[in-house]
Design a protein around this ligand. Structure first.
Ligand code: PLP
Length: 424
C-alpha cells in the first residue's frame, strides 16, 4: 500500500518522487497513533493543532453517528439547520460581544479568503475602492490559497514560486517583542510608519494573535497586539485576527486575542473547531463590518457548496461542549508548567538557540535547519510523532495528554536533538 502511495499520491509540500518513507496509520485512540506494524506513537502535533481531545472520542463519535442518521449534508442557500444554528450561538457567545455575524466555510484558508473579501467589500461599499491592499506581517502564515498566500511571509511563504500572480500587499516587520519582554514603543515603530504612510490604500491589517505559527512559531507580546488595534482604529483600517491555530484554548486563553484584551473586526477560526474530526472553519464579523459591506444593497460575495456542513457542525458542537465542560484552563496550565520545566533542559545543547513555551505549545529553535530524513526515524523509533520544520522542533499535544506521556515526548525531543547535534 505505501508503495502505491509513494508512486501516486501527493502529500503536503512534498515531491511526487518522495525520498522519505510514509508511515501508514491504521487507527488512533487517545494520544496514540497506531501504525501498520502495530507500533504506537504519541502524537505531539495534534494532527496540526486540531485534535485537542485526542483521537476516537466517544462523545464526538456519537455526535457524528447521530447526525449521519439524520442528514450528512444539505445545501445552505435558502435552507438552514439546527447544528449550524447551535454552533453559531455557541461561537458568538464565547467570542467577543462585538462579533455578531458568522460565515461558515470548509477550511482555514477559505475563511481567510472570506475575511479578505469582507475587508475589501467593506471599504469599496463606502466608495473607497482605492483601499485594495492588506497590511500583513513578515513571518506570518494565513493559508495556501491565492488570497491567503498573498498575506503570508514574503520569504518563507510561497511568494517566490508565485511572485507574478499574487496580489501585491504591504508588509511590516514581524513583532520583535517576545511574550515577557518589557514593552517599548520602538517595537511598534515599523508597523506604525508603514500604516501611516500607506493607510489610504489599506483595507485591513491581518495578524495571528500572540503566536505566529507556521511562519516561525514566534510568541510575541500582547502589548504589540494592543498597539496594532489602537493604530488600526486611528487610521480607519479593519483588523483581521487569524485564530485558526491559536483558538480554543491552545495559548491558555480560549482565544489568544484575550491576552491583549482587544477585539478584532473580523476573526478567522478553524483547525480545532471540530476537535480534528473533519474540516470546518468560520469567519466572524462585527455589525459595523456587515453593515458597511451592505451599504447600497451590496452583499458579501461568497458561498461554498459545503457551507455549514451539518455533519461537521454537529461534531463541532460536541467538541465545544466537551471543551467548555472540561477544566481546560487548568489542563493547559499544567501542560505549560511541564513543558517549561522539561523542555528548558534542551537549552544546554549547543545546537539549541532558544526554548519557548506558551499554553500547550512548546518550541525548541535550533541554530541549524533540521534534516527530516535524520529526525523522523529517530522520533518514530522512540514512539513519538513530531514533525519539525525549518529549524524548529515544536509540539502542541492534545489537551488530554497525561504527565507521563508528555514526559516521553519532551525526553524524546531532547534525545533526538542531542543525536542530531552529534550526527552533524
Ligand atoms: C493552518 C492555518 C491556516 C490555513 O488553514 P487550512 O485549514 O490549512 O486551510 C491559516 N492560518 C493559520 C494561522 C493556520 O495555522
Amino acid at each position: 500500500m505505501t508503495a502505491f502511495d509513494k508512486a501516486h499520491i501527493l502529500h503536503p509540500y512534498a515531491s511526487s518522487v518522495p525520498s522519505a518513507d510514509m508511515h501508514l496509520v491504521k487507527s488512533a485512540k487517545g494520544v496514540y497513533l497506531e501504525l501498520e506494524d502495530g507500533s504506537m506513537l504519541i502524537d505531539g502535533m495534534s494532527s496540526w493543532w486540531s485534535v485537542i481531545h485526542g483521537y476516537n472520542v466517544l462523545e464526538l463519535n456519537k455526535a457524528a453517528m447521530e447526525q449521519v442518521s439524520k442528514m450528512s449534508h444539505v445545501m445552505f442557500g435558502g435552507l438552514t439547520h439546527e447544528p449550524a444554528i447551535k454552533l453559531a450561538e455557541t461561537l458568538l457567545e464565547i467570542t467577543h460581544a462585538n462579533l455578531e455575524h458568522i460565515f461558515f466555510s470548509d477550511s482555514g484558508s477559505v475563511s481567510v479568503e472570506v475575511a479578505l473579501k469582507m475587508a475589501y467589500q467593506y471599504h469599496s461599499s463606502q466608495g473607497n475602492k482605492q483601499k485594495s491592499k492588506i497590511l500583513a506581517f513578515k513571518k506570518g502564515y494565513h493559508g495556501d490559497t491565492f488570497g491567503a498566500m498573498s498575506v503570508c511571509d514574503p520569504i518563507t511563504g510561497m511568494h517566490t514560486a508565485f511572485e507574478e500572480v499574487l496580489h501585491k500587499n504591504i508588509f511590516a516587520e514581524e513583532p520583535m517583542c517576545m511574550f515577557e519582554d518589557v514593552w517599548d514603543e520602538g517595537y511598534i515603530e515599523d508597523f506604525k510608519n508603514t500604516l501611516e504612510k500607506n493607510h489610504t490604500q489599506i483595507a485591513a491589517v491581518i495578524l495571528e494573535p500572540i503566536v505566529q505559527g507556521a511562519g516561525g512559531m514566534r510568541i510575541y507580546s500582547p502589548m504589540f497586539l494592543k498597539r496594532v488595534r489602537e493604530l488600526t482604529d486611528a487610521f480607519d483600517v479593519l483588523l483581521i485576527l487569524d485564530e485558526i491555530a491559536t483558538g480554543f484554548g491552545r495559548t491558555g486563553k480560549l482565544f489568544a486575542y484575550e491576552h491583549a484584551g482587544v477585539c478584532p473586526d473580523i476573526l478567522c477560526i478553524g483547525k480545532a473547531l471540530t476537535g480534528g474530526y473533519m474540516s470546518l472553519a468560520a469567519t466572524l464579523a462585527s455589525k459595523k463590518v456587515m453593515q458597511g459591506i451592505e451599504t447600497d444593497g451590496n452583499i458579501l460575495m461568497h458561498g461554498p457548496t459545503f457551507m455549514a456542513n451539518p455533519l461537521a457542525c454537529a461534531v463541532a458542537n460536541a467538541s465545544l461542549n466537551l471543551l467548555l465542560a472540561s477544566p481546560w484552563k487548568e489542563n493547559i496550565q499544567k501542560i505549560e508548567l511541564q513543558l517549561n520545566k522539561e523542555l528548558k533542559v534542551c537549552e544546554k545543547l549547543a545546537i539549541v538557540k532558544e526554548v519557548r513555551v506558551l499554553g500547550a505549545i512548546g518550541v525548541v529553535e535550533l541554530h541549524k535547519d533540521i534534516d527530516l530524513l535524520f529526525m523522523t526515524p529517530e522520533f518514530v523509533q522512540r514512539g513519538v510523532w513530531v514533525r519539525p520544520f525549518l529549524n524548529l522542533v515544536y509540539i502542541m499535544p492534545p489537551y488530554i495528554i497525561s504527565p507521563k506521556e508528555l514526559k516521553q515526548l519532551t525526553t524524546t525531543i531532547y534525545e533526538v536533538i542531542a543525536a542530531y547535534e552529534i550526527s552533524l
